[in-house]
Structure formats: C-alpha cells, structure tokens
Write a protein that binds this ligand. Structure first.
Ligand code: ZN
Length: 377
C-alpha cells in the first residue's frame, strides 16, 4: 500500500493546477475519473446550495468503518478539494490492487467535496448568504450546513475529517512556517476527553507520525478553544471522532501543490491505519505535544529599508506585507507592519538594501506601492 501511496505522480490530477477553480470545473474533472468506474464510485446528489449548485456525496468502499470527509466549507480553501480529486484518481487507478481491495473491504469512505460551492465560485470564505458555515452547526440556517448535519445523522460515521486552509503561521516559536495544522476539536470549554475525542486524538497522533516522514518540525496544533457553533466540535459531541486538518503554506508554492500532495498522501495513509486499526496503540502525546500555531509570519518581508520622514529624520525598518485577495485574480500587497521584524519569517524574504521610502507611502493595513520601490519583487 505504501508504495502505491508514495507514487503520487501516478494519481496526481494534472487538470487541476490552480487553486482558484470553479466548482463546475472540479465536477467535470472528477466526472472524467468516475466515468466507466461505477463499480468504484457511488455518487449521490444530497442537496443544493443557496444559489442552486449541486452538492454531492461520493462513496467508495463497502467496509464497516464509515469515514466522512468534507472540504471547502470555506469557499476559498480549496487545497484539500484538489487532494480529494487525487484520492479519487488513486482509487480509479489502483482499485484492482489486492491491498486496495482489502482496504475497501474494511472501510467505507464518504466525501463531500466543496460543501460551499457558492463561496468557491466567488473565491470567498463565506457562503452566498455571507454566513460562515463553520459557525452554523447549532442553528443550521444555511442549506449547506443542514446538508452536512443530515449526512452525519443518516450515516453516523465513526470518523470525520474537516478539511480547511489556515492563515499563514509559524510552528510555536520556531522559525518554521506551518505546513499542516491538526486539531481534535474540543467537546466543551474544559477540554474534557471522552472515547470519541480520544479516538480523534489517536488519529491525529497517527497523522503526525505519517507527516513526520515528510515535514518533521513543520506541523502545528490548531487553536483548541471550544467553539460550539463549529462543526468539528459539534460532530465530536454527535459521536463522530473528528479531526480538523488545516492546510498551511510552503515556500515558493503559491498553488499549494506541495501541501495538496501532503493532504493526499497522509489521508490515504491514515485510511490504511484506520482499516488496520494501527492507530489504536499510538501515543496520544505525539499530538498533544505539537506546538500551537503562532502568528509571526508574513507573505513578504522586505528587510532593511530606510523610512524618510517629512521632518528630515529617518529610521531603519523592515516591512511586513500580506497579500490580500480582492478579486478573482489579483492579490493586493497590504502593508501590515513596519519596524523590527527580526523575529518574523516570510514566504518570501527580500533584502531592501537601505532603499529609502517616503513617509507618505507608509499606510498600515492599506495597499503598499511595491512597484514604486521594488519593481523586481
Ligand atoms: Zn476554514
């Protein structure tokens, strides 16, 4: 099984390269994978989004242990959706292999790719009704949240994976950018454990062991505070051991293809561990000792510039810049912070060589005129 999984090039879906894609594009690409493979994939429309887009549930396998995975409940968080396409392709390519047959006799996989297709179409976090679906697990006012709740009620999956992309962050106080963050969501504000959550922690710990083969020291624990309106926390109390997987960032990887591969490889590996119940003996502290995400990183840091003030004085400073999306295609460089950023890391680190920047171009949390000063960046 491991040799199949690590042979990623064999099942990587080449048609999906940019992480900004329309849900219809995704549907077409996976339809091509499903074609002539009705014996592998069972596809069921389980409802429609607020704007009438189809939401599908795809089932693979006939085993007793049910695993539910849903992605992109935040419309602009598409990395795991791309990995799900790769996973579909894996099963299409390797279905006849003995190990895959054995796997699918022990587990049943249920995927809801793109739970928020309206948000995905606009490349926005929120639903078409401008609601955060991951804060709608209690009231269920959105059709998308009701669909997820209904699937959970009908299937009663033993295990769930809630798949997201997170903000740029670092692993604790190290200089490492977080590649993947994990969480076994809380049951209550006291961080109590029960069997359901302990199982989630064991699966999270197994995921850490898997990921340590690829990204040791680059895995964080996601914020644990209890959020009763979130699906992860709610699923846990509904009896589904739920693990949140947050796709982070990699240097020089704007389309997140490396993080996507980590998603695909680690999910396929954890399916194998769940089928064999390997995770049951794992040491939970592997998960519990993960450093938390901390926020000491910017998309771009320009180090050692001079800021020239109107009164004739100047200071040495670094510039911390985040790219923010305001349209479907353009990222705006926004100046977040100036001053000493020596304890910060960046996806792109640039030497400013003492270039002078005029006070009138410094506006915090506003667009920075990069081209005026740093044409080459
Ligand atoms: Zn999210």
């Amino acid at each position: 099984m491991e040799n199949l999984i690590t042979n990623y090039e064999k099942y990587f879906v080449h048609d999906l390269q940019s992480r900004r894609f329309q849900p219809e594009t995704f549907n077409q690409i996976v339809q091509n994978i499903f074609k002539n493979n009705e014996h592998i994939f069972e596809i069921k429309e389980i409802g429609k989004s607020f704007e009438g887009r189809k939401i599908n549930l795809i089932k693979i396998g006939e085993g007793k242990t049910k695993i539910l995975l849903w992605s992109q409940m935040h419309g602009d968080e598409s990395t795991a959706t791309m990995a799900i396409a790769d996973i579909f392709n894996f099963f299409a390519k390797f279905f006849k292999e003995n190990e895959v047959q054995k796997l699918l006799s022990k587990i049943s996989l249920f995927f809801i790719p793109i739970l928020n297709p309206d948000g995905a179409a606009k490349h926005q976090r929120l639903s078409a009704q401008l609601i955060d679906l991951n804060r709608d697990a209690l009231k269920l006012v959105t059709p998308e949240a009701r669909i997820l709740k209904q699937v959970q009620t009908e299937l009663k999956p033993e295990i769930g994976f809630n798949l997201h992309d997170q903000e740029l962050s670092t692993v604790g106080y190290t200089n490492q950018i977080t590649r993947i963050a994990l969480l076994a969501p809380a049951l209550d504000e006291n961080q109590s454990d029960n069997e359901v959550r302990i199982q989630a922690k064991k699966i999270a710990a197994s995921l850490v062991n898997i990921l340590n083969n690829f990204i040791p020291g680059k895995i964080s624990r996601y914020d644990e505070s209890y959020e009763p309106r979130a699906f992860g926390d709610k699923m846990q109390s509904w009896g589904t051991s739920t693990i949140l997987i947050e796709s982070g960032h990699e240097i020089n990887d704007p389309e997140k293809s490396i993080i996507r591969k980590l998603n695909a490889v680690s999910l396929l590996s954890i399916f194998h561990d769940i089928a064999n119940q390997n995770y049951k003996n794992v040491d939970i502290s592997v998960y519990e000792k993960l450093p938390y995400n901390t926020y000491r990183a910017y998309d771009l840091i320009i180090r050692n510039v001079k800021i020239r003030y109107k009164n004739g004085t100047e200071i040495d400073a670094d510039l911390g810049i985040s790219y923010q999306v305001n349209t479907h295609t353009t990222d705006i460089p926004v100046l977040m912070e100036i001053g000493d950023l020596s304890t910060f890391v960046a996806l792109k680190d640039v030497e400013g060589n003492g270039r002078e920047i005029s006070e009138e171009d410094i506006h915090i949390e506003k667009e920075f005129n990069l081209k005026k000063y740093f044409l080459e960046v």
